[in-house]
Design a protein around this ligand. Structure first.
Ligand code: ADP
Ligand code: ADP
Length: 239
């Protein structure tokens, strides 16, 4: 049961840069995949193509049976709701409380706001509490995002992604701004949440050691092409 199928995906930017040069691969339900590769290899472009933040210039992408390349309007919004995103720089609203951040992230779903300053319904607040509990942050739900450490902020980022109940979770360099011990902690939560939900996940990482610990499968990209695709233990001397 494929969640994602890519065939000959190419991305050439208007300035002529060929960021992806024919990527073909299938990702199955429940797989935890790590994309690794040097800076400029095309990892972000690959990830951004999956929910059409970039539109590839050739090839096909099918997500749960839907043609991503042709989707527009309502169909594209629905695809994006099913794809949760975690970002390198967390992208939280710094002055907003933790649980507000979580609820604001619920794409494709408009929380029941009472007044423009956002008092959420009891049901929404409980839902936010539940996802924050899963990343160990229930005690911090009423704190402002900027009162949290970097690792905690990224765990809020994970909670915000999973509250929309995605079937695919994408994380683009989620620990690149964190120190090693926070990185370890964030990756552990990420793996735990994915495994509990049987969530398919693709994580861009440039730290190969973290990729090996997290993933069932590692895909190495170099100069826009797949140069490695296999189990972590098969990756012996880098890519
Ligand atoms: P990575 O995430 O592996 O560091 P990227 O996907 O960000 O790599 O970039 C792949 C290549 O595409 C790089 O050569 C980068 O400079 C280029 N690139 C990325 N975005 C653009 C853009 N908007 N316009 C032109 N070139 C771009
Ligand atoms: P190793 O040789 O160290 O077991 P693997 O590639 O088998 O390396 O696994 C790396 C990590 O991914 C381990 O934490 C392993 O438990 C986990 N893993 C591998 N395959 C699966 C799978 N199909 N389902 C769940 N976890 C898996």
């Amino acid at each position: 049961d494929a969640v994602l199928q890519l065939k000959d995906v190419e991305m050439t930017f208007p300035d002529g840069t060929q960021a992806l040069r024919g990527i073909s691969l299938t990702i199955k339900k429940g797989e935890l995949v790590s994309i690794i590769g040097p800076s400029g290899a095309g990892k972000s472009t690959f990830m951004r193509s999956l929910n059409r933040l970039n539109t590839p210039t050739a090839g096909s992408i099918v997500f749960e049976g839907q043609d991503v390349m042709r989707a527009r309007g309502k169909e594209l919004r629905e695809i994006r709701r099913r794809i949760g995103m975690v970002f390198q720089h967390f992208n939280l609203i710094k002055r907003s409380q933790t649980y507000h951040n979580v609820l604001h992230g619920r794409l494709g779903y408009m929380p029941t706001l009472k007044g423009s300053f956002g008092r959420f319904s009891k049901e929404d607040t409980e839902k936010a509490f539940e996802v924050l509990r899963r990343v160990g942050l229930e005690e911090h739900m009423f704190k402002r995002a900027d009162e949290l450490s970097g690792g905690q902020q990224q765990r809020v980022g994970i909670a915000r992604a999973i509250i929309q109940e995605p079937s695919l979770l994408l994380a683009d360099e989620p620990i690149a701004s964190l120190d090693p011990s926070s990185s370890e902690n964030v990756m552990n939560y990420l793996k735990q949440v994915c495994e509990e939900d049987g969530l398919t996940s693709i994580v861009n990482l440039h730290q190969v050691d973290f990729a090996k610990k997290f993933a069932h499968r590692i895909i190495g990209i170099k100069a826009g092409e797949v140069v490695f695709d296999g189990a972590p233990r098969e990756l012996t001397d880098g890519i």
